[in-house]
Design a protein around this ligand. Sequence first.
Ligand code: PEP
Ligand code: MN
Length: 347
Amino acid sequence: MIFTDTAKPLVMAGPCSAESERQVLDTARRLSAMGIGIFRAGVWKPRTKPGGFEGVGSQALPWLTRVREETGMLTATEVATRTHVREALAAGVDVLWIGARTSANPFAVQEIADTLAACPDGVREKLTVLVKNPVNPDLELWIGAMERIRLAGPGEIGAIHRGFSSYGAQLYRNPPKWRIPIELMRRMPGLPVICDPSHIGGRRDLIAPISQQAMDLNFRGLIIESHCDPDAALSDAAQQVTPEALKEILSSLVIRDASKPTDDLARLRGRIDEIDTKILELLAARMGISREIGAYKKQRDIAVIQPGRYNSLMQQRVEAAARLGLNEDFVRNILASVHEESVRQQL
Ligand code: PEP
Ligand code: MN
């Protein structure tokens, strides 16, 4: 069990892949020396294309056992099949995670859940299972994967936010789309959600800023890839950092306390609540008028949508919004969804 201490952010670290016994132990000793308590390493690696390094497989499991025995760290690895689960549990791995390509596939998740459900009570009850978000930005699929695993009865479950695949070059390897994990936290209160800045950023220099953002958004912890010799890593070299660089990153983070709101904050939140109430009342009034317009158009056989009217309305509102210092995309999104609902009301 890893989510017992709620005071400090939880940190898991270790290489993308277990490559050799020397690499695993060197990295683990250095991480352990700086106080990291959970060691991650991929034993079986899902690679996007064939020919990439697919992990050394089960021969790495005894290396994780040595990490636990020598350093006292808990160990964590990715599982994608029934065989992975059985072998990892037989080797005494403490934390299993389901990767982003696997959590997108309900058949694979169910196979893992069934294998967990069939393992002895004593083993299952001590186990932590973490579910990464699916590669595609589908919150229901992510929640569904967690429900399947929860029903299998492991000791505890948690979620890992690792960003979402997208097409074309951009700043992030997997853009974070923060509103999805935030909505997950709202939908599943109490579920520990940790952030994986390594796979979101894909670059060493992005790990610190993404980690800070995650801390500001009240994530429960971080899982960060760390390698004894990052440039020589067989997978994800560009995003791995040495244990010493990781220490610097972690000590640079500002952990703000979400649990002690002040009076000033309460007053400001009160004003936000009032404004939100007004926004809702105005939207309700606007929809009332839409329904009247709908009845009017119906009586006179006028089509519900007049594209010219929609375009000029959008243009005027976006210009007005710019004068108020509002972001254009933000206003366009809101107006598009207000208009969509308005059309629905008229129909
Ligand atoms: C990993 O953690 O090394 C990994 C393969 O991650 P993801 O499933 O998020 O791509
Ligand atoms: Mn990786």
